[in-house]
Design a protein around this ligand. Sequence first.
Ligand code: NAP
Length: 317
Amino acid sequence: MKKVLVTRPLPEAVISALSKVHKVAVRDDTRPMGRDEMVAALTRFDAILPTIGDRFSADVFAAAGEIRARLLANFGVGYNHIDVAAARALGIMVTNTPGVLTDATADLALTLLLATARRAGEGERLLRAGGWTGWHPTQLLGTHVTGKTVGIVGMGRIGQAIARRCHFGFAMEVAYFNRSEKALAFPARRETSLAALAGSVDFVVLAVPGGAETRHMIGADTFAAMKPTGIFINIARGDVVDEAALIAALAAGEIAGAGLDVYEFEPRVPDALKAMENVTLLPHLGSATLETRTAMGMLAADNILAFFAGKPLLTPV
Ligand code: NAP
């Protein structure tokens, strides 16, 4: 029986599956771990099930000295909060949860795209504030979605799930920018520069991983290249976007709107964004369905169970 730390409360089914085999401690706090907590956890537990915000940096590993943990089974597909190279150098394995959250996250991208194009947040706020005086032909006119062109930045699992929804559900043309060429099960044109993509589509949807390689990949240049009627959607990671440049582009009317699930310095969301009616703001809800969060937890748990049973990891990073 190994000692396992789960760093946030998770759906009961997950804790119960892990507890049948190992001694599980669940951290009773919904906030990210502090540095000292992470250092202590590395020395006291055989495996840790961390998630977004738990910054396992090289510095934290170094401060821990004698490390007991052999596995970080991350809850989430994105693992840019873990210094994987530093972990690997110490013989600590890292896993993530790809695939099981693809559909939920793609659904949320479409939620943001539709809500922003059709001014749903603005309409809801108007109605709740008692400002709706009745239907009229020119009230809250939005942007048509069906048949328009979507540009996906990062045509991986989630990017493709978004593109499928746009193509099959909304008869949209699909264009994409991606590190490598993709074999796709739907028609899509590949652009070889971000600016060419941004300038030729109605919606830019960001679905690349976060981390050093993609930090501020989207900035003033991309927004300047977008159509003034263009809408920008981010369900990837906040630091992929230069948030100050996004705010400036929105303020200058360089783009028409934005739908955001993630923020550069989350959970801090700039007041400038909150003040803009043409921006839809969600609190990082990409994978937030009970079914998906349970599946993510089960996959993280299965990695831990496999590891200590001497079997291959299911989804190593
Ligand atoms: P994935 O299958 O690995 O897809 C990522 C795609 O981005 C790949 O196609 C990759 O290209 C491409 N890419 C990577 N770096 C690039 C670069 N510098 N330039 C252009 N393209 C680049 O990952 P996924 O499962 O779709 O997840 C994507 C990300 O979404 C995650 O890493 C996570 O941060 C984020 N996410 C957010 C939420 C949320 O709650 N909002 C939920 C789930 C995931 P290649 O094909 O060449 O590898």
